[in-house]
Design a protein around this ligand. Structure first.
Ligand SMILES: *[C@@H]1O[C@H](CO)[C@@H](O)[C@H](O)[C@H]1NC(C)=O
Ligand SMILES: *[C@@H]1O[C@H](CO)[C@@H](O)[C@H](O)[C@H]1NC(C)=O
Ligand SMILES: *[C@@H]1O[C@H](CO)[C@@H](O)[C@H](O)[C@H]1NC(C)=O
Ligand SMILES: *[C@@H]1O[C@H](CO)[C@@H](O)[C@H](O)[C@H]1NC(C)=O
Ligand SMILES: CC(=O)N[C@H]1CO[C@H](CO)[C@@H](O)[C@@H]1O
Length: 454
């Protein structure tokens, strides 16, 4: 209509190339509102042919790119023609190796389990505050150097998959990478924003595979041709990390902390601008520091235990009931359980719900204590489970630590918080701070918001 044409606005395209799905959003530049959004599963995992006991995790790059193209194709064409900038984010830690002339690519994800702890401890000590884990880009290259050196000879460039998409869009010969993704590979000094070249060189590492580092928030280039109606020459930002973008999408003030409880749980806040991370890895600390924007860091406590704990409890009850010959669907049961716990405001039962262990202590499993005859109703148990999830994350990042850093508000996000009122009540009890919900963390939206500055 003439009316909508008279207020033609521009858009930012935000793309998230995730581990299991891709997402594309169009953000309107003027009002910063999401005008359209699409997501599709990639189903790109390749079968493990490594023949070794621990699992290799590789994905089919072609299938991911096809899915990304289909996903963008679902967005409104008239809006794509008015895209002013493209921003990319995606799965961190993993590595995509390619050779531009041959079109040969290989993607090994962050879930790759080939580097044993013995192998990792045989690597040189990085000059970084972050330690190196299996699935990290640099560790994966070291693994190939030792076990299959001829594999690396096929490739001349490497980056994360989101960096690869940026290179393809802009027609770059090499790869540019921001500190957000570089830090996730290991052997990267986030104070100097440089790879540990001397340490890596001493170990015979193929330095030509290290991407060129550029600041987070900078441009990588411009689209070399028209793409889904997006004009050739449109600026493309250097790719960012999905965690940082997800936080960026819902942390509206510097003094916000983001509590995300979906399958797992994370609590994070921005450190003061003058903060410097420790000068070596801190393997026993429950808090990590990830590079954010403008030389700032995010303090992050990441627990493996979140909504999965409650889901496991529901599954356990369902299977007990099946064994007892009393059937009830999971969703019906879930409703009833929440109802029971809403009627039971407190419980002396103590549940430590670390059924999957913790990243920094895999053998620390769950337990229930302070069991008395009168505290055994379902309401008591659910209430105690929810409190346990909160106790655990606040034991990793105590409330005092938030207050000391000037945090004044908790932004709650994630599917488990959205659907579980008991969990929300426990969040409000655990933090003597204002708690707000509603802005769901979304990395595609986050990268589009960041690209507004370009
Ligand atoms: C990183 O580089 C900076 C500046 O060169 C140096 O002061 C620091 O010790 C290095 N290591 C770490 C872990 O930051
Ligand atoms: C929230 O959790 C989801 C799913 O685990 C994750 O993809 C996202 O990065 C998290 N966001 C934040 C802000 O922690
Ligand atoms: C255990 O339960 C008792 C009574 O129910 C209560 O007084 C006590 O505080 C509880 N202990 C813990 C550690 O919660
Ligand atoms: C939370 O997890 C940590 C790390 O495994 C563990 O040491 C701690 O006891 C747990 N705390 C609670 C309250 O569950
Ligand atoms: C919160 C709650 O219901 N606490 C009860 C736990 O059991 C003791 C007795 O063992 C009761 O006194 C508490 O009221």
């Amino acid at each position: 209509s003439s009316r909508s044409r008279s207020v033609m606005s521009d858009f930012i395209l935000g793309l998230d190339v995730g581990t299991t799905s891709v997402k594309a959003v169009l953000l309107e530049t003027g009002c910063r509102a999401v005008a359209a959004s699409q997501a599709l599963p990639t189903v790109s995992d390749l079968p493990d042919h490594s023949g070794i006991k621990v699992s290799a995790k590789e994905q089919d790059t072609g299938r991911i790119i096809d899915t990304l193209n289909r996903c963008i194709g679902l967005l409104p064409g008239d809006k794509l023609q008015r895209v002013r900038c493209v921003g990319l984010t995606g799965q961190m830690h993993g590595i995509l190796l390619w050779r531009p002339e041959s079109g040969k690519v290989s993607l090994i994800t962050w879930q790759d389990g080939r580097c044993s702890s013995d192998f990792l401890s045989s690597l040189p000590k990085p000059d970084s505050h972050l330690s190196v884990s299996t699935g990290f880009g640099s560790a994966t290259i070291f693994w190939y150097m030792k076990n299959k050196p001829e594999f690396l000879e096929d490739f001349t460039v490497a980056g994360t998959i989101q960096d690869y998409v940026v290179s393809m869009l802009c027609g770059l010969d090499g790869c540019v990478m921001t500190p957000q993704n570089a830090a996730s590979w290991g052997f990267f000094n986030t104070s100097s924003n440089q790879w540990n070249e001397n340490i890596l060189k001493g170990a015979g590492f193929p330095l030509h595979l290290l991407p060129q580092c550029v600041p987070s928030g900078s441009l990588a280039g411009r689209t070399r041709s028209q793409w889904h109606g997006i004009p050739a020459g449109t600026p493309v930002g250097a790719a960012l990390g999905d965690f940082q973008c997800s936080v960026y999408s819902c942390m509206s003030a510097r003094t916000d902390a983001v509590l995300n409880i979906s399958t797992s749980a994370q609590l994070t806040f921005a450190m003061p601008a003058d903060f410097n991370p420790p000068d070596s890895p801190q393997p026993v600390s429950s808090i990590s520091y990830f590079p954010y924007f403008d030389s700032m860091y995010l303090a992050v406590a990441a627990s493996l235990n979140g909504g999965n704990v409650l889901a496991t409890f529901v599954e356990m009850l369902t299977s007990w009931m099946r064994e007892l010959g009393a059937e009830l669907s999971d969703s019906c049961l879930y409703e009833k359980l929440i109802h029971c716990a809403l009627n039971q405001q407190t419980s002396d039962l103590r549940v430590s719900p670390t059924i999957l262990g913790e990243r920094h202590n895999p053998l620390c499993l769950g337990h229930v204590t302070n069991i008395s005859t009168s505290n055994l109703s379902l309401g008591h148990v659910i209430r105690a489970l929810c409190r346990g999830v909160l106790d655990n994350i606040t034991s990793m990042m105590p409330v005092g630590c938030l207050q000391q850093a000037g945090v004044s508000r908790i932004v709650g996000s994630g599917s488990a918080l959205a659907r579980n009122e008991v969990l929300r009540q426990e969040v409000e009890k655990a933090f003597p701070l204002q708690v707000v919900y509603g802005q769901n963390a979304d990395s595609a939206v986050g990268v589009a918001m960041d690209s507004l500055g370009n």
